[in-house]
Design a protein around this ligand. Structure first.
Ligand code: PBG
Length: 333
């Protein structure tokens, strides 16, 4: 009897792991291409498809190059994109960010023309458009000036909604931006346009490659005055609560991998849809190690994305979206 009991206990951990079909049956977390958001970097010019050196496989694209990209995403079941713009020129006020015919507004129009059902999300922030590279306006003393920045962010949100954007995603971390943008969208007749707020956005070293891609490195100082300290988790709950209070529709934690605990905390805090951003540095590390054959890319990517979903994010913004979708569909076939 004793032996039988011990044997049974010993086997229980393995009974449901014996075959792939059994493992699939008891699996708690499943990935689906429809939960991925694919970031796109849009640049001026024609026929441009310029690979970003620190993000192999990711490109700066001109507007005329978007149609094939969209067709590929549709075939893979990836139904959402997040847009970043590279302006023709930068100035202190980030003028092109909110110009009705700015680069990102042009891209929105083109994407909605070629695929009306694609979910087009626009990253609303000034850092790609300002010559100083900060996310808001500066005071003469060089401090980021919160309230005047809100007007410009709101104008960017409205011009993007006018172009046809489906979701507005403020990433600037100014205080009160969600409320200000909500009011501006409502006033302009876009009360049905949701806001996905980068609520808990940390001042992270993992954004390094993105700042190459979007040419948005601050020309002096850093973003620690407005982005969160990596040491703080409880503060993330306050940021999320503030954004919910200001009527965010979707909240986000960014980056993802080094902040899985924060994703879990926020998941328990709110029933709103929760997004996590698997950022550029996380992508670059995987690509570099894979290029050296130090890791198995496919296995690692699916493991990382599964972990982000397991922690509680239902929406995952990731540069791996196309590859991951392909692998998921292959595994199902
Ligand atoms: C700001 C913004 C950044 C990212 C997304 N939106 C950069 C920053 O805050 O410095 C980073 C995304 C990534 O690293 O993949 N507009």
């Amino acid at each position: 009897m004793v032996v039988a009991t011990r044997l049974a206990l010993f086997t229980r951990t393995r009974r449901t792991r014996r075959t792939e079909a059994l493992r699939a049956l008891v699996r708690e977390t499943r990935l689906d291409p429809s939960q991925f958001v694919y970031p796109l970097f849009i640049t001026h010019g024609q026929g441009i498809r310029h690979e970003i050196s620190s993000m192999p496989g990711q490109y700066q694209l001109s507007v005329d190059m978007l149609a094939p990209e969209v067709a590929e995403l549709r075939d893979l079941g990836v139904r959402a994109v997040l847009l970043f713009g590279l302006p023709a020129s930068k100035d202190a006020e980030g003028t092109e960010a909110y110009a009705p015919d700015g680069i990102v507004q042009q891209a929105v129009r083109e994407l909605k023309r070629v695929d009306p059902s694609l979910v087009v999300i626009v990253d609303v922030c000034l850092c790609e458009y300002t010559d100083h590279g900060h996310c808001g306006l500066l005071t003469p003393g060089g401090e980021v000036d919160n309230d005047p920045s809100l007007d410009l962010l709101s104008r960017m949100a409205v011009t993007c909604a006018e172009a046809g954007a489906d979701v507005i995603a403020p990433s600037d971390m100014m205080d009160g931006r969600v409320g200000a943008i909500r009011e501006a969208l409502d006033d302009a007749g876009f009360s049905s346009t949701p806001i996905m707020a980068y609520s808990a956005k940390y001042a992270s070293g993992f954004y390094g490659p993105f700042r190459d891609a979007a040419d948005s490195t601050p020309q002096f100082g850093d973003r620690r005055g407005y982005q969160m300290d990596p040491a703080n988790a409880r503060e993330a709950r306050r940021e999320v609560a503030a954004d919910i209070e200001e009527s965010a529709d979707i909240v986000m934690v960014k980056p993802a991998l080094a902040y899985l605990d924060v994703i879990r905390d926020v998941r328990e805090q709110t029933d709103l849809p929760l997004a996590a951003y698997n950022v550029s540095g996380e992508y670059a590390m995987v690509k570099a190690a894979a290029a050296n054959n130090w890791i198995e890319e496919r296995r690692i990517v699916l493991e990382i994305l599964t972990a982000i979903a397991r922690a509680g994010a239902s929406i995952i913004i990731t540069y791996h979206a196309k590859d991951a979708a392909r692998w998921i569909l292959e595994d199902r076939a």
